[in-house]
Design a protein around this ligand. Sequence first.
Ligand SMILES: [Fe+2]
Ligand SMILES: [Fe+2]
Length: 176
Amino acid sequence: MFNEMLPVKILKNIDEEYIEIIKPIIANKEFIKRKLYHHHENRSVYGHSLMVSLKSYHVAKKLGLDYKAAAIGGLLHDFYYKDWQTEEERKPLLESHGFVHPKEALENSKKIFPNLIDKKTANIIKRHMFPLTFIPPFYYESWLICFIDKYCSLEVFKTPKEWYKYVGLKKEEKNE
Ligand SMILES: [Fe+2]
Ligand SMILES: [Fe+2]
């Protein structure tokens, strides 16, 4: 389990309406497992997804966008199947985590939360890695999560040794 603290500035921004929107997701057993998945440094996928979701929710609200889709899409954008950083197998570049996890996250979201995934939420999840994945987001809300995800991942730049993980690549194992 990660002993992580989300920034206070973020936590104090949680309001009743936001909790109502995300309740079915954060109470789900499968989603809770993401507390054990690494994102980067001391942040779990759970913590990272919550940050992206909450920031996107507030910005979407300010801009008069669909804040419900932003909150749900933000929370599920990295809802891929397994903790890829613990996998042994090395894959070809285009099959590596950075390229395939948006598609996996969408499949998994449709499977576990079929009632929460509409066209817009699906696009938010599937296109959030642009420009690494080549097709750009379609909706304003999808662009928003695409930017906020990157903004919330900036911590990774404090640790240059971890940069390869940001684009979902595994480091070459060296035989000593
Ligand atoms: Fe992602
Ligand atoms: Fe992310």
